[in-house]
Write a protein that binds this ligand. Structure first.
Ligand code: NAD
Ligand code: WQD
Length: 356
């Protein structure tokens, strides 16, 4: 029997790519998403890209324990990947209660329902933002944590809860993955990042400038202590993040309890390096101007990616050129994101359970 993985937030950026990766490797996949930050059309794109249907897709808020429980009753869930959360740092400062409610409350509701249904295996989306202002890079999983905003605090709070739950329930097996900066898109151009409104993050903003939806990029500061003065980050291709989740699910039984891993490449890229690489990949130079630093930004965040390499014998394989090329392909084929017409690429449409 193939394993069934329930993916919360499966219509979102990372969730949708992970669903495709799981389907491509024979897993049965059930999606739960309330679409607060995603389009239900992403679900059609998942089945189209994978050439296989989802086992189920439900419009459910993870905080709604009764509705979530019905999903667990309807499917023989073997493991859960929990992506569903709010993720915008700036918004979290304005709406801290909403962030704690969804991110922490949603995780508690999920854990309670998993417990009721005897499901003990979980991969949790954490974030490099838990490290805050890093005194030294690269960051290992043992580097000090010092969240600087409510969003990052919610992720660290969830890790703390997961540790306590694992201490209390010896059957629990949990992997918390601290992703660095996921970017890029599926190489088919069918799936990608489709942010609502003005993008908060660098890569989708650059892509929208290149396609002509925005006039120019504002580069937030060129006076950081980095080689060219602009912020340095560890960008990781979303397909590597997706693959990392598929590999994580296969390693859930390696040990009981909670383990925390970084998910990054170990390579730092500055804003100006990314702008140059994107211009090269798209054939369209990206106009930009230097403006003030963005409050709360740090100079450099780069992962030490060694722990997963040792534990799973797995490493990322896609470089910055692939990240820019694939992000550009999605942007060019879907100038209006999922709201526009789907491009003529990818495999056959296979349908899937309608979003209930
Ligand atoms: P996303 O917003 O594209 O996806 C999140 C999905 O969860 C969306 O489809 C949204 O509709 C859904 N969702 C939100 N609240 C929900 C709720 N209460 N019930 C059901 N569904 C709900 O974000 P993403 O970039 O795919 O991020 C996925 C996860 O990875 C998040 O937990 C995020 O915090 C974490 N993360 C993201 C990044 C990044 O840069 N993208 C980096 C580190 C960690
Ligand atoms: C990258 C670099 C900016 C936009 C965020 C979250 C973090 C994690 C990953 C979820 C920085 C610069 C950006 C722009 C710019 N997400 N920039 N102009 O801030 O590293 O991390 O995403 O867990 O929690 O904070 O990513 O893409 O916003 O910024 O110059 O219009 O690009 O200053 O140096 P960040 P980002």
């Amino acid at each position: 029997m193939p394993e069934t993985v329930l993916v919360t937030g499966g219509a979102g950026f990372i969730g949708s790519h992970t669903c495709v990766e799981l389907l491509a490797h024979g897993y049965e996949v059930v999606v739960v998403d309330n679409h607060v930050n995603s389009s239900p059309r992403a679900l059609d794109r998942i089945t189209k890209t994978a050439g296989r249907p989802l086992a189920g897709a439900y419009r459910v808020d993870v905080r709604d324990r009764r509705a979530l429980s019905e999903v667990f009753t309807a499917h023989p869930v073997d493991a859960v990947i929990h992506f569903a959360a709010h993720k915008a740092v700036g918004e979290s400062v304005a709406l801290p209660v909403e962030y704690y409610d969804t991110n922490v409350g949603g995780t508690c509701a999920l854990l309670a329902v998993m417990h009721d249904h005897d499901v003990h295996r979980l991969v949790f989306s954490s974030s490099c933002s838990v490290y805050g202002e890093a005194p030294t890079v690269p960051l290992t999983e043992r580097s000090p944590v010092a969240p600087t905003n409510p969003y990052a605090h919610t992720k660290l709070a969830c890790e703390r809860i997961l540790r306590d739950v694992c201490d209390h329930l010896p059957d629990m097996k949990v992997l918390a993955l601290r992703y660095f900066n996921p970017v890029g898109a599926h190489p088919s151009g069918l799936l990608g990042e489709d942010p609502r409104g003005v993008p908060n993050n660098l890569m989708p903003y650059v892509a929208q400038v290149a396609v002509g939806r925005r006039e120019r990029l504002d580069v937030f500061g060129d006076d950081y202590p980095t080689p060219d003065g602009t912020g340095v980050r560890d960008y990781i291709h979303v397909m590597d993040v997706a693959e990392g989740h598929r590999v994580a699910v296969a390693h859930l039984d390696d040990q009981a309890g909670l383990r925390v891993f970084n998910l990054g490449t170990g390579t730092g890229t500055s804003v100006l390096q990314l702008v140059a690489a994107f211009g090269e990949a798209s054939g369209r130079p990206v106009p930009y101007r230097i403006v003030e630093r963005r409050p709360g930004d740090v100079a450099e965040l780069v992962a030490d990616a060694g722990a997963v390499a040792v534990a799973w014998d797995w490493r990322t394989t896609r470089d910055l050129t692939a990240m820019c090329r694939d992000a550009w392909r999605f942007q060019e084929l879907n100038p209006d994101g999922y709201a526009g017409r789907p491009p003529r690429a990818g495999g056959p449409t296979t349908g899937g359970t309608p979003c209930g």
